[in-house]
Design a protein around this ligand. Structure first.
Ligand code: BG6
Length: 498
């Protein structure tokens, strides 16, 4: 442990953890829920960490895959149908979060639980009632929910029958959903995020955008992707408007994938490559924060011959309803080089980049870089001058209880401590306004990129394997007590626990 960094966090700092319905909720056919995009993802056994990092292979899907999935009633082949079975364990799980002292719990609502196909006029009452129970359970412990409206689970009918977010009707459907949830949960939920990692549609078009890539010619698909993303931008702005109207004291954030690129060397070509990679990272958040397309994105469209069909008011809508705060995920950093021929590459949060010789990596190749978190916080704050919120940060590790039934996850404590130290420096030395920290994830759940249960992030272990075999019983890991102490001291004491 580094004992030289004294940490301090502001009063009222929102400590907690983050999950998403598609990876943790399960109950895929219960309570009137419709099938979602994540329910048709088959587990593809990765031989090793490298193949697990092949996001495109893991996330791409065809109409034939969907047909097979719908005909298959063996849910163990589709781990996101079961997740960590939060649907049946939510009281127990929230009690664990309360025991750790959570101030906030980030979770998502499954759109298909509220509008099973996405295109209905009226919401599913049973679905709404489920989240009422979840929010009431949080309220019992004084835990504030932070709710993501869309986290990789568009209703399947919306994807297959409408081509997902490519269809302009998506805006109307999504707004109806937002109206339903924000009017229902006014008084229960104050903090909202619109789309999880809005840029992720470029990396996994189906899960984020409901786009079945094989339906288009390869040279058409870029156009489709950016058109779909435009619809998401407009829907995000309108969701912000609806939320503010229904819940006047609400705070609505965007959620960005914070990818951090360093030049591989100080060669100008490498520095330029890193700068370009960073511009490509920021340009999506820019739309949601500044309410306008960045020059970077506009020139990308021009140079690639992409033409975005816009409604007459779209640009005004983007301008009128920017977000209140900026949230982001941060796990790792990577390098960029002008010419990466022959350079070793490595995986990161659904991206592949040039390996940094100065950084260690997780078993999945994600490079561990706490200082990169400080760099990210400073960059984001200097750029946006809006309150920031770290809504995902953590390390995925394959782990099992030892012969005494204990899980000594000291590496998780080390990872999080190092990142929290850097967050504290960003707040106290760099003047960054940071609202809170919700680690990913407080409980083991199914990995987004690999569909594995064994890529574990939690303070709480869930007894289930990649093939959904196990009791789904919960077990506290060593890090549980550590995070409890961190929260109890408002981040002033990050030292080890026994
Ligand atoms: C984030 C996503 O980018 O990364 C989460 O928002 C995801 O849904 C997390 O689970 C970690 O990635 P993975 O692939 O290890 O689950």
């Amino acid at each position: 442990m580094s004992d030289s960094i004294k940490t301090a966090f502001p009063e009222g700092f929102l400590w907690g953890g983050a999950t998403a319905a598609n990876q943790c909720e399960g109950g895929w056919k219960e309570g009137g829920k419709g099938v979602s995009a994540s329910d048709v993802f088959a587990f593809r056994d990765p031989d090793n960490a490298a193949s697990a990092a092949d996001v495109h292979a893991n996330c791409d899907i065809t109409d034939e895959d969907i047909r097979i999935a719908l005909a298959c009633d063996d849910d163990t082949k589709y781990p996101k149908r079961i997740g960590a079975d939060f649907y049946h364990h939510y009281q127990e799980d929230i009690a664990y979060y309360a025991e750790m002292g959570f101030k906030v719990y980030r979770m998502s609502i499954a759109w298909s639980r509220i509008f099973p196909r996405g295109d209905e006029q009226e919401p599913n009452e049973e679905g709404l009632a489920f989240y009422d129970r979840v929010f009431d359970e949080c309220a019992k412990y004084g835990i504030e929910p932070l709710v993501t409206m869309s986290h990789y689970e568009p209703p399947l009918a919306f994807c297959t029958e409408y081509n997902g977010w490519y269809n302009r009707k998506s805006i109307e459907f999504f707004c109806r959903y937002v109206e339903a949830i924000t009017s229902r949960y006014a008084g229960k939920v104050k903090y909202w995020l619109t789309f999880n990692e809005v840029d992720s549609i470029l990396r996994h078009p189906f899960m984020t955008g409901g786009l079945i890539e094989s339906r288009w010619e390869p040279d058409e698909f870029q156009q489709v992707l950016y058109q779909a993303m435009h619809h998401q931008f407009v829907a995000s702005a309108l969701a912000t408007k609806i939320c503010h109207e229904n819940i006047p004291d609400s705070k609505v954030g965007c959620m960005l994938t914070k990818l951090t690129y360093y030049p591989y060397t100080c060669k100008p070509a490498d520095v330029l490559a890193a700068q370009q990679a960073m511009r490509a990272t920021y340009c999506y958040g820019d739309v949601q924060v500044f309410g306008e397309y960045s020059p970077y994105l506009l020139s990308l469209y021009k140079n690639r011959g992409i033409h975005i069909e816009m409604g007459p008011d779209d640009l005004d809508i983007l301008k009128a309803y920017p977000v209140d705060f900026v949230s982001f995920s941060y796990y790792m950093s990577t390098c960029a080089a002008g010419d990466d021929e022959g350079l070793e590459t490595t995986a990161g949060n659904t991206v592949i980049g040039v390996k940094n010789p100065y950084l260690p990596s997780s078993a999945w190749g994600w490079q561990i870089d706490p200082v990169g978190l400080r760099i990210s916080l400073v960059d984001l704050y200097d750029r946006y001058r809006k309150p920031l919120f770290i809504v995902e940060n953590g390390i995925g590790v394959a782990e099992q209880p030892d012969e005494n039934g204990q899980i000594d996850d000291q590496y998780r404590i080390d990872y999080m401590r190092a990142h929290l130290e850097q967050a504290s420096l960003a707040i106290n030395e760099d003047g960054v306004d940071l609202m809170g920290y919700t680690c990913w994830a407080p409980i083991d759940l199914v990995s987004n990129s690999t569909n594995q249960m064994t890529k574990r992030y939690g303070f709480v272990y869930v007894d289930a394997d990649d093939h959904c075999q196990g009791t789904y019983n919960r077990l506290r890991k060593k890090s549980f007590g550590w995070y409890q102490k961190v929260i109890a001291t408002n981040g002033a004491d990050l030292s080890d626990v026994d």
